[in-house]
Design a protein around this ligand. Structure first.
Ligand code: CA
Length: 514
């Protein structure tokens, strides 16, 4: 992984430098940082603007392998030409890491913190308490830096008033507060006949304390109900939410303020009920694959809108998904070449697509295996916005500023370790191509086509397991006994990480004891 600029660099042998007492240490790469600064200044000069717009398109339960640019696409019955084109115009990350499930990932993206710190260790369901309340979000920090902030689509970071997007830094929100299946599974006689055909049980679930509607909310206000999310309504949501984001992009053309659009799709979380025009539109003719075709079209629509309104060169775009495939609902499920699935800390659970594009500023045609964590989004975006000093100083921030990694050609990641947590159990760390695992979820066998992460039992490894993710991306062969020389690299990373929790105690808002 060394480059011509840094021939002696090695992600295991090289040391990080401290960033701040409350921050994850990072690799310094001075040459690429200087080049990134030069490119950012050139953009500002060329475009006469101070800070770029930021578009995050976060999909739900879409796998690392679903897009054509990751080896899926047509090969798995759902071509993704728009996403593939965007990837060619930017930087494709092969080691982009989420958390094992929806809510922990989304909270990590918006706070720059691991689930043990923001406290959302698993998704809240059916109106359970707990949420983002008390956290400092990227939207809030960008807002304070002068950004217009818009959230569209899935939230799932708590339904309590203080945890809703319009109270967590967003000027406006149009979407639903929870997760797709919660609105429909109990309405579908195929999955829930005993509920649908029982008036008493239907009334019982209808009385549960979660909002059955999708909503619109302005900053600081109570949400207004837009429409109850029945199955036919659910089919239309991604199309309607994309139209809302298109209108937002239109409305910002010519405005002086930069903006942050956090667009979270409904798809392709189970159960997928595609919009009528997409039914059978994929070569696979399966609802999951038809939904992928629609999601690809939505990316195309948003990018076209940016181009048509003259904002493409002013907008940093990040496309990703919040976790790996949900294999308990197969075949309504994503594709990953890695081991296991959503709910686990095997690579299949947490390695997700990650595409960064910024026309004219991020170099096209780059693929990199540099480590990138969802927690990096917050400090990276703040740095791109010229607001690096707004990273919170009163709490631990796990994210690393990766702005130079994204913007400089051929750049190296600034992150040394990826830490994998399974609820409150420390599971693994990755450094370079090696993953050191102390505990995980049992998935039956070393393949992805199993029941998946939520169905497994937790298991601990007294001596640990070591996987070489280049030789063994499916994590089938523990390499520990042949690779003991790396133990110190693993253990020192672990020790330093554990120490941060002594200095900054963990938090559980929606807890998971494993
Ligand atoms: Ca998800």
């Amino acid at each position: 992984m060394p480059t011509a600029a840094e021939p002696s660099f090695d992600p295991i042998a090289s040391a990080t430098v401290p960033v701040a007492p409350n921050r994850e240490p990072a690799f310094a790469h001075p040459a690429q940082q200087a080049e990134a600064a030069r490119r950012l200044a050139a953009w500002a000069e060329r475009r006469g603007r101070k800070a770029p717009n930021v578009l995050v398109v976060l999909m739900d339960d879409v796998g690392w392998g679903d897009f054509g640019c990751y080896g899926g696409g047509a090969a798995v019955g759902a071509p993704t030409p728009n996403i593939d084109r965007l990837a060619r115009q930017g930087k494709l990350l092969t080691s982009c890491y989420s958390e094992p499930s929806c809510t922990p990932s989304r909270a990590s993206l918006l706070t720059g913190r691991l689930p043990m710190r923001h406290g959302l260790q698993r998704p809240p369901m059916y109106g359970e308490p707990g949420g983002l309340d008390g956290e400092r979000t990227l939207a809030e920090l960008l807002s304070e830096a002068g950004y217009v902030t818009q959230a569209v689509g899935k939230w799932h970071l708590g339904e309590s008033s203080a945890s809703q997007p319009q109270h967590c830094g967003f000027d406006d929100f149009y979407g639903f507060l929870s997760v797709s299946d919660m609105y429909t599974e109990w309405r579908d006689p195929y999955f829930f006949p005993e509920m649908v055909y029982s008036e008493a049980r239907t009334a019982w679930v209808e009385n549960m304390p979660f909002n059955k509607c999708f909503v619109h909310a302005a900053r600081g206000a109570a949400p207004e109900q837009v429409e109850e999310v029945t199955i036919p309504v659910l089919s239309t949501l991604d199309d309607r939410w994309a139209a809302y984001s298109e209108r937002f992009i239109d409305s910002m053309a010519g405005r002086e303020e930069p903006w942050f659009l956090y667009h979270c799709t409904r798809g392709a979380h189970f159960d997928n009920y595609p919009l009528e025009k997409y039914l059978g539109s994929s070569p696979a003719r399966h609802p999951y694959k038809d939904t992928i075709v629609e999601l690809d079209d939505i990316v195309g629509r948003l990018v076209d809108r940016l181009r048509d309104t003259g904002q493409l060169e002013d907008t940093v775009i990040f496309i990703s998904s919040d976790n790996g495939p949900e294999m308990e609902t197969w075949p309504d499920a994503a594709y990953t070449p890695f081991r296991c699935a959503k709910g686990s800390t095997w690579e299949g659970g947490v390695r997700v697509p990650g595409i960064w594009s910024w026309s004219g500023t991020i170099e096209p045609d780059e693929v990199t295996d540099g480590l990138f964590s969802f927690t990096d989004v917050l400090p990276t975006v703040l740095a791109l916005a010229g607001a690096a000093d707004r990273v919170p100083g009163d709490r631990f921030v796990d994210g690393v500023d990766q702005s130079a990694f994204l913007v400089a050609p051929g750049a190296l990641s600034h992150r040394k370790y990826v830490y994998y947590w399974l609820g409150q159990m420390f599971s693994a760390l990755r450094v370079g191509e090696y993953k050191f695992m102390l505990g995980s979820i049992s998935d039956g066998n070393a393949d992805v086509a199993t029941d998946g992460g939520f169905s497994g039992v937790s298991q601990k490894y007294p001596y640990g397991r070591v996987y070489n993710l280049y030789l063994d991306p499916k994590e089938q062969h523990s390499y520990l006994i042949r690779k003991l020389a790396y133990l110190e690299a693993f253990q020192s990373g672990l020790r330093d990480h554990v120490q941060t929790f002594a200095d900054y105690p963990p938090k559980a808002s929606v807890g998971l004891n494993v």
